[in-house]
Design a protein around this ligand. Structure first.
Ligand SMILES: Nc1ncnc2c1ncn2[C@@H]1O[C@H](COP(=O)(O)OP(=O)(O)OP(=O)(O)O)[C@@H](O)[C@H]1O
Ligand SMILES: O=C(O)[C@H](O)[C@@H](O)[C@H](O)[C@H](O)CO
Length: 181
């Protein structure tokens, strides 16, 4: 890792549609690296949670204040010199651009999962997000383009495989090494 990379704390946003494994992978990644962790789901307004629970997709107007609250958390952590990991859908490019305002260290890990695996995972869990919203999630998703600071990971397999791929990809970019001991 270069000294420059070491000097600028990283803020990794684990992104993707509902059921792709963002919360699971982001939490594990933060624990492995010893970095701060935020689950973006915890910052949704009660009104947004009620909407999703009722099977109504969020709209841009619902998401902007939420994304700004997440960006504010990332900005505070970076300003205090702390690296972090955030779970946030960040489905559209404009949402990612908004999150990147938090600071130069913001990067994305995109969990790419097949429609079938997503539907299976969403049916299997107990969560406010109903499986019926998967269609609108996929319709809204704009996969990160080549000019965005994003690592794409195929995340159809077991959690441990996905985590290993993420760590390997980040290490390749000189971004993160698991803490020792
Ligand atoms: N490779 C994998 N990576 C992450 N999660 C996986 C994987 N395989 C299976 N799962 C399971 O998929 C489910 C969905 O994971 P999780 O809740 O982390 O997704 P999410 O993207 O945060 O969803 P949401 O945005 O709706 O909160 C969990 O029950 C998790 O254990
Ligand atoms: O951006 C969105 O459409 C939604 O906010 C969802 O993706 C949720 O945050 C979450 O992932 C649900 O569990």
């Amino acid at each position: 890792m270069s000294e420059t990379a070491r000097a600028t704390p990283a803020m990794i946003v684990v992104m993707g549609v509902s059921g792709s494994g963002k919360s699971t992978i982001a939490r594990r990644l933060a624990a492995t690296l010893g970095w701060a962790f935020l689950d973006g789901d915890d910052l949704h307004s009660p009104a947004s949670i009620a909407k999703m629970r009722a099977g109504i997709p969020l709209r841009d107007a619902d998401r902007w204040p939420w994304l700004d609250a997440i960006a504010a958390w990332m900005h505070r952590e970076l300003a205090d010199g702390r690296a972090g990991v955030v779970a946030c859908s960040a489905l559209r490019r404009v949402y990612r651009e908004r999150l990147r305002r938090a600071g130069p260290g913001v990067r994305f890990v995109y969990l790419a999962v097949t429609h079938e695996a997503l539907a299976r995972r969403m049916r299997a869990r107990d969560h406010f997000m109903p499986p019926e919203l998967l269609g609108s999630q996929l319709a809204t998703l704009e996969e990160p383009a080549g000019d965005e600071p994003a690592l794409r990971v195929a995340a159809n397999g077991p959690v441990e495989d996905t985590l290993a791929q993420v760590l390997c990809g980040l290490a390749h970019q000189g971004l993160a090494v698991p803490r020792r001991g």
